[in-house]
Every structure is written in structure tokens, then in C-alpha cells.
Ligand binder design. Structure first.
Ligand code: ZN
Length: 672
């Protein structure tokens, strides 16, 4: 029964940080939350103003408009709006009416009436923000746990309520009264007055409503909704198959010869994995070792193993994962593209940029200079200098989902807390999705403040998949892992330093601050500050630093080509590809590779079956954003170079400028 456990359900309590949730909490909780949200007093259309009445849509059992008296309710007694203006109380524009009172409206009513109405609508927007936020935060919490601590039970529990959640979101996004209210705000004479961020939100909401087919007739909308439900399911299934395929593959190695060439860290990791798979006596020196398709394990073989056959085996396993048997994503790709084709009826191609890491790996021998505690300290020093923020450990303040997860508080230069973040660093192949990403757990909001604070503070999660500590050694990182950490922290900065307190951020150039932060990994002072040998404390030798700089562009052409391949395949699949037609998705990939002059993929290459950026992570038709934002981030970093990378005063000033613009404005302003 859906209501079982509602009262004690953790997800329904007020909370500051992510609480320990179990799969059993999901179903009753989401039912209860959706029920609660459905019965939320109708914020925007409870008074019968004309533009709220334009097209009362067909009431269904789930329609938000059910809670509104708008279309069917009897006239309500006149009720003045709470605005301190003498004209307002008697203003006929502001009363509830059944039929427009054309006989009493005069010119003098227009100005005060419309201003008061807009003020009322603005506060109603805040109510709307509350509704949307509650669902965003709670649903975000559950899906976050699925990404970092996947279990069969949690999967099933989410699957069971997903359809209802999508249905509710669609109802909200497709609500004509809300759409009309936003339109009215945009068309009002005061439209140029509101703060820029609010304008962007309204513009994006209106556009979003069009994207979500508010303009379609009711019969077509049903079809659209069914399609959205299907797409949501396909996206979850795609990601689950990739994770399961990664989990399914393991290669046990007992012959020491096969491991030749592997550095100590990689041997240690492989032995540690073997222990976790039941080979209790596995040791770094004598094995046995287990190789998996998880990033740190796979990459160590591809880079260092002398055994060519082993490298080939791992490569083939990697490029064919999730492409056969029960976990085959081929059909899911076609079904997804087919569903997206249906969405293009309105002439839009929706592209919401989000992020998962996209970085190749780097030189193993440098690891000993990059221990995680040093890297974090260097990163925190950098942002202290440039952005005048202080980061302090706050472990224990908030519950975490895994004991390796750290929690931090961010303070401004006056010592006031301004944000919090979780950092979940290590690879956990059995339950955690691969890659690296940043997600907002709780957004900054002026409306949703807590405990009398001026705004609710943002809380973000930063998730990486780097090599875990081994024995008494700290986690030793490759330079690429360091860059990835800086990259994700760049995303986090934009969410944590935003001054946009109007709720939802709209991030067009989302990869700008992240790629910008990567540049600092090559900045002499920053890098030398971080790179200390984990045992001896010795600094990175100068000649090694020079080599690193030189190596930065090593094979840069190849990686550019590979990004262009992915971006082009993505765009082709979302624009020209005909699902079920003559060409398969793999043919498209092959054609793109040939066109841009890349070595064609192996005939059995099924890399697309694990391309979760575009099939499970909302980068659909938006993968090119990485390249676009890379250019913007290079421009931003040039501003620091122009100021003088060795001039700390100039750097500080430029840092402030970057903070006040790119970081503080968030998506509140169109990046162009
Ligand atoms: Zn990113």
C-alpha cells in the first residue's frame, strides 16, 4: 500500500543535508510527496483573472488545475490583494469575478491594478518555486544515491514511481495557466525592470513550456506524454545496462608474466579488487589480480601492460560493453532516437548541458607527487587566493552515503557560510557509475531560506572515480585525475558562488568554469604547490614540470578529433538519422570517422552502447558544448595570463572579476 511508512519516511522530513535513505523509503515517500504536491494550494490561477482563464484545459485526475477553482468553481466573494495602495482595494481589475466587469473598469484602474497584479504574480512565482524545488531536491537525492550506491532494491523502487514523477513534472511544465502567467509577465510594461536572472528564468520557463508541448492539442499531448515516459525509462535502462556490463566483466590473472609493465599502484589496485572478489590472499606482488572495465583498472592495462593480447582483450571488452545479450543497448539507442524524433514536431531540439567527465589518462609515475590531501589543499589555496573564499572540513555535520565521502563548508571573506559540498572521490565498480560529475543537491534560493538566513545555501555533490587509497598509502592521483578534480570543482564553484538567488539556474555554457579550472593544473605556482612527494615531501623536479608542460599538447590533435567524432555522431544521430532505416547507428559512427580522417573503429566496435552522455545524461545533441565551452574557458584564462600569472595582485583582481561575472551570474544571463 502506497501510504505505508509515510509518517516515519525520511524523505518527507525537513532536512538540511542528505540523510541516510533506504530503498524501502522510496515508494511510499514519492507517492506521498506527489500527493502533497498535487494538493498544494493552486498558486497562480486561484483568482479568476482573465489571462488565467484563457484556456482551462481538460481536467484529468492528475491535472494541477483540479485544485484550482478557475474554470468550474462558482464566483468567490471579492477579495483585495495585499498591496498598500489606496486604489487597490476598490480596483475592479483585482477582484474575483465570474464575468469581466467591463462596465466599471476605467483608465485610472490600469496602472495601479496591473502593478499590484504583477507583484502578486511575482510572489506566486515564489510559491511555484517551492513546489518545483521540493520535488527536485527529493528526487535528486534518490537518483544521486542510485548513481553512487546502486542496488537492485533501489532500482526497483525508483522504477516503480518514476512514471508518476514524470507525469507530475509534465503536468507542471505543460500547465497553460502557468505558461500564460509567464507570458503575461513577459508582455507587461514592467518587463524590463525585474532582475536579469528572473527574466532569464521566465524566458526559459516559457520556452520550456513550448518545448514540453503546451501548445499541442490535448489528444496529441497524451501521445507526447507517453513518449516522454518512454524516453525516461530508456535513459534509466541505458545507464543501468552500462553499469551492469561494467560490473559483469572481470578478468582474473594468475600469471605474473601477464602483469609485466604495470606500476606498483596498478598492481595494488588489481590485487585489492581480487580480494574484494573473494581471492582473500591476493597480494600486489604475487597476485592473483583482477582487472575490470572500470576506468582506473582498464586504463592501467591499456597504458602499461606489455602483454599485447591482454591489452587487446580489455580494449575489445570495453568497446563492446552493453552491446549483447540482456544488456544490449543497441535497441535502446534506436528507440531513444525514435522518441526524440517524435519530439521534434515543434521544431526544437532540446539540449540541456550537463556533465560527466571526458578526460584521458596520464602518466603513472607522477602519482607519487599527487596525493589526494595535497591536491585538495592546493585547490583550496587557489580558490582562497583568487575568489576570496575559505573552505573548511565539516565532516559529521551532514550524513553521508559512504564512509569515504567528505563534507565541506565554504565561507566568504567575512566568515559567513555561503555553501556546502560533498566530495565522493573513489572508484567503487560494484555500485557506482563511472566517470566524474557534479550535481546540485540543494539549490541556492531566496524563497526557500532556513532558520532566518537570508537565503537557503547551495549544497552540491562532487563525484569522482579515482584510484582509492591502498594499505596505508593515500590515494595517489595521475595528473589527469587531478585535472578532473579541478574540473568538477569548477562546476561546483558556479553553483556555490552564484548570486543568482532566483532558484533554478540555467546553465548554457556549463563547461566554461570547469574547463577554466583545468588550466590551473599547469600554472607553475599552483602545480608546484600541490606536487609534493607523498613520502619524502620533495617537490616535483623542475625538469619534470617542463616535460609536463610539453606533454600537455601531446596527441592533442587526436583527442580533438575524438571529441569532434563524438560531437558529430551525436548531432547526426539527433538530426539526420532514421531509426530502423538503411543505416545503423554504427554505420553513422563509421561514416563520421571516415569523414574526419580518424582510424575507423573495429567492425565489432559498439562504443555507442556505452555513450551515456547522450543516451542517459541529457547531453543529447549537446556534446559539442565541450568544444564550445573550451574556447570560452581559454578566453577566460587568457584574461588571467594577460593580467600576469606571476603578479598576485593582478591575479586577485582578475579573480574577483571572474567571480563576479561568470561564477556569480550563473545562468542568469545569456552567455552570448
Ligand atoms: Zn564538466
Amino acid at each position: 500500500m502506497a501510504d505505508a511508512g509515510t509518517e516515519s519516511n525520511l524523505l518527507l522530513l525537513d532536512f538540511g543535508f542528505l540523510d541516510p535513505i533506504e530503498a524501502k523509503d522510496v515508494r511510499p515517500e514519492m507517492h506521498a510527496l506527489l500527493k502533497k504536491l498535487k494538493s498544494f494550494p493552486c498558486p497562480l490561477w486561484s483568482s479568476s483573472f482573465s489571462f488565467c482563464l484563457q484556456s482551462p484545459h481538460k481536467a484529468t485526475s492528475l491535472s494541477l488545475s483540479n485544485t484550482c477553482p478557475s474554470a468550474s468553481a462558482p464566483p468567490i466573494a471579492p477579495q483585495a490583494l495585499p498591496v498598500a495602495d489606496a486604489h487597490v482595494e476598490s480596483n475592479p481589475l483585482l477582484q474575483n469575478f465570474e464575468f469581466p466587469p467591463f462596465n466599471v473598469v476605467e483608465a485610472k484602474h490600469v496602472h495601479p491594478g496591473i502593478l499590484a497584479l504583477l507583484k502578486k504574480l511575482e510572489s506566486n512565482l515564489e510559491e511555484l518555486e517551492r513546489i518545483v524545488d521540493q520535488l527536485d531536491v527529493v528526487w535528486g537525492m534518490i537518483t544521486h544515491l542510485k548513481a553512487v550506491k546502486d542496488t537492485v532494491e533501489l532500482r526497483a523502487a525508483i522504477e516503480e514511481v518514476q512514471a508518476e514523477e514524470v507525469k507530475f513534472e509534465l503536468r507542471l511544465e505543460q500547465s497553460k495557466p502557468i505558461y500564460n502567467a509567464f507570458k503575461a509577465l513577459q508582455e507587461s510594461p514592467d518587463w524590463n525592470v525585474p532582475r536579469v536572472a528572473k527574466k532569464r528564468i521566465v524566458e526559459n520557463q516559457t520556452e520550456g513550456a513550448v518545448l514540453n508541448e503546451v501548445a499541442l492539442e490535448d489528444d496529441k499531448r497524451e501521445e507526447f506524454d507517453k513518449n516522454e515516459q518512454e524516453l525516461e525509462k530508456l535513459s534509466s535502462k541505458f545507464a543501468e545496462n552500462v553499469l551492469d556490463a561494467t560490473k559483469e566483466f572481470e578478468k582474473l590473472i594468475t600469471d605474473k608474466k601477464d602483469m609485466e609493465g604495470l606500476p606498483a599502484t596498478a598492481l595494488g589496485l588489481a590485487a585489492q579488487t581480487a580480494v574484494s572478489k573473494g581471492h582473500e590472499n591476493a597480494t600486489s606482488e604475487d597476485g592473483p589480480w583482477v582487472i575490470t572495465l572500470d576506468g582506473p583498472s582498464r586504463n592501467s592495462i591499456m597504458q602499461h601492460a606489455r602483454n599485447k593480447a591482454l591489452r587487446e582483450e580489455i580494449y575489445r571488452a570495453y568497446v563492446t560493453q552493453a552491446s549483447s545479450g540482456d544488456l544490449d543497448n543497441t535497441l535502446i539507442i534506436d528507440q531513444t532516437l525514435d522518441g526524440i524524433l517524435d519530439k521534434q514536431l515543434l521544431g526544437y531540439l532540446k539540449s540541456t548541458l550537463e556533465h560527466v567527465g571526458l578526460l584521458p589518462t596520464n602518466r603513472e609515475e607522477l602519482r607519487q607527487y599527487f596525493s589526494l590531501p595535497n591536491v585538495m589543499e592546493g585547490l583550496f589555496n587557489l580558490v582562497r587566493t583568487h575568489f576570496e573564499i575559505e573552505i573548511e572540513a565539516a565532516d559529521g555535520l551532514a550524513p553521508v552515503w559512504n564512509k569515504a565521502v567528505r563534507f565541506y563548508r565554504v565561507r566568504d571573506s567575512l566568515g559567513n557560510p555561503i555553501a556546502f559540498f560533498y566530495f565522493d572521490p573513489y572508484s567503487q565498480p560494484s555500485e557506482k557509475h563511472g566517470g566524474a560529475w557534479m550535481k546540485e543537491a540543494v539549490g541556492q534560493s531566496r524563497v526557500l531560506f532556513q532558520d532566518g538566513a537570508s537565503a537557503r545555501l547551495p549544497i552540491v555533490t562532487i563525484v569522482c572515480n579515482q584510484t582509492p587509497p591502498m594499505g596505508n598509502k593515500p590515494s595517489l592521483m595521475t595528473l589527469k585525475e587531478v585535472e578532473m578534480g579541478f574540473h568538477e570543482f569548477g562546476h561546483a564553484l558556479q553553483h556555490m558562488l552564484t548570486r543568482n538567488d532566483e532558484g533554478e539556474l540555467v546553465l548554457d555554457a556549463v563547461e566554461l568554469p570547469s574547463q577554466f579550472m583545468e588550466n590551473w593544473c599547469y600554472h607553475r605556482e599552483t602545480l608546484m604547490g600541490i606536487a609534493k612527494h607523498y613520502e619524502t615531501g620533495e617537490s616535483l623536479p623542475e625538469d619534470v614540470y617542463r616535460k609536463l608542460l610539453a606533454a600537455r599538447t601531446f596527441r592533442a590533435g587526436t583527442s580533438t578529433l575524438s571529441e569532434i567524432r563524438l560531437a558529430s555522431v551525436d548531432l547526426q544521430l539527433h538530426t539526420k538519422y532514421v531509426p530502423g532505416g538503411l543505416e545503423s547507428v554504427y554505420d553513422v559512427d563509421r561514416r563520421v570517422c571516415e569523414k574526419i580522417g580518424m582510424i575507423p573503429p573495429l567492425p565489432e566496435d559498439r562504443f555507442l552502447c556505452a555513450f551515456d552522455h547522450i543516451f542517459a545524461d541529457q547531453y543529447a545533441a549537446g556534446f559539442y558544448g565541450y568544444k564550445w565551452a573550451e574556447m570560452l574557458s581559454a578566453d577566460a584564462f587568457s584574461a588571467f595570463e594577460d593580467a600576469g600569472l606571476n603578479d598576485s595582485k593582478a591575479l586577485k583582481e582578475t579573480g574577483q572579476r571572474f567571480r563576479e561575472t561568470i561564477l556569480a551570474l550563473g545562468g542568469g544571463k545569456d552567455p552570448l
